[in-house]
Design a protein around this ligand. Sequence first.
Ligand SMILES: Nc1ncnc2c1ncn2[C@@H]1O[C@H](COP(=O)(O)OP(=O)(O)OP(=O)(O)O)[C@@H](O)[C@H]1O
Ligand SMILES: [Mg+2]
Length: 421
Amino acid sequence: MLNQSSLSSALTVFFLGCLIASIVRYLKVKREKTRLLKELENQRSANRALKRQLAENESRLRVIIESEPELVLLQDADGKVLEMNPAGLSIAGAEIPEEIVGRSIFSIVAPEFRGSYKTLSKAVFRGEARILEFRVVGLRESVHWLEMHAFPIRNVSNCIMALTGIARDITQRKHAEEAAKRHQIELAHVTRLTTMGEMASGIAHELNQPLSAISNFADGSLRRIRRNSARQEGLIEALEQICHQADRAGHIIRHMRNFARKRDANWTQVDINTVVQEVFRFLEPEARQNCIVIRLELASEQPLVSGDFIELEQVMVNLVRNAMESIIDSTQEGREICINTTADMPKIVEVSVADNGPGVPPEVAKQLFDPFYTSKASGMGMGLSISRSIIEAHEGRLWLSQTKEDSGARFVFTLPAISAM
Ligand SMILES: Nc1ncnc2c1ncn2[C@@H]1O[C@H](COP(=O)(O)OP(=O)(O)OP(=O)(O)O)[C@@H](O)[C@H]1O
Ligand SMILES: [Mg+2]
């Protein structure tokens, strides 16, 4: 049996034990808390350093983008501009970002490139990177050519957030290319005219000999018949000579025709829409200067033909120039030329050039395609005749389809189509 004093000392020991254990636990928790607090503080300062680093990176990136001489653009799937750097703002003709940011990029993409820009945009939001050359007409009418590299930008969960476009201003290069192209076409035109001129004088010279011979033999035979001094053998000989010389003349003409229609090595698969767009590109500024709008209605299918790109371009230039010249001379309001292409695959590709000039009077319509027929003071009258021979060499047809006066002229040509590759 424990006495009172030994019980109280046992209790004292027990309580002391409990107290010591609590103190030990408390110290442990406190140490742990201090450690955790320290860790948290370390974490916080690491985060602060990271944030500072990110902010520094972002501001460095922003400085680079802001001072970048190329256009940098962020755009959403609908074409809304989310951001644009100062170089871009100046190309877009915007004085403050709000004039373009938040608006559609299509407000500055030239109408003839809106289709291809939409295709690029769709491809980027599918995850692809694309390159496109296109023309922009700025908010203040300045025109620039751009070469844009577009690619998707993704968030942390790998979803595409925006299209990033980096575009180089290639206006000068395009102007140089256009000037070179113009020269090339002009040269092709002049060369052909010179060739035609040389051919015409060549034909005249070559034909002169058999024709004079025919005329001499016929004259001599007639004289002898009239004098009753004609011997049958002599007449037969003269008639044989006439036949021979006529054959020679025919041979010369056939030879010249083959030369004019010779297919050369420049034949390729040609997309007629590309021919139209090229011609539009270098004639449009001239049309604009004369207050003429050229409208393009192009077939959505790829209208491929087999032929010589430059020659087909020459046909288009001749037709569009004629249309412009007819409108310039008229007092017509709302001057307009419409170029239309349609593709009836797999058979035929049809191209028409319609203007709202004075049209072609019926008596002129009969001679339009004759070489050297012109109603213009400075015209050569060779444009339509050359164009028709080019189209016929491509196994197509060219004709005037609208002859009514006062409703403009409409020239149409067709070419055999080949199916797309
Ligand atoms: N779109 C048109 N509207 C009215 N008349 C036209 C049109 N296109 C051609 N013509 C008429 O047809 C004629 C012949 O045209 P063509 O292109 O062959 O020669 P041109 O234009 O007179 O000279 P060039 O050889 O320099 O082209 C023109 O002079 C004009 O009278
Ligand atoms: Mg002409």
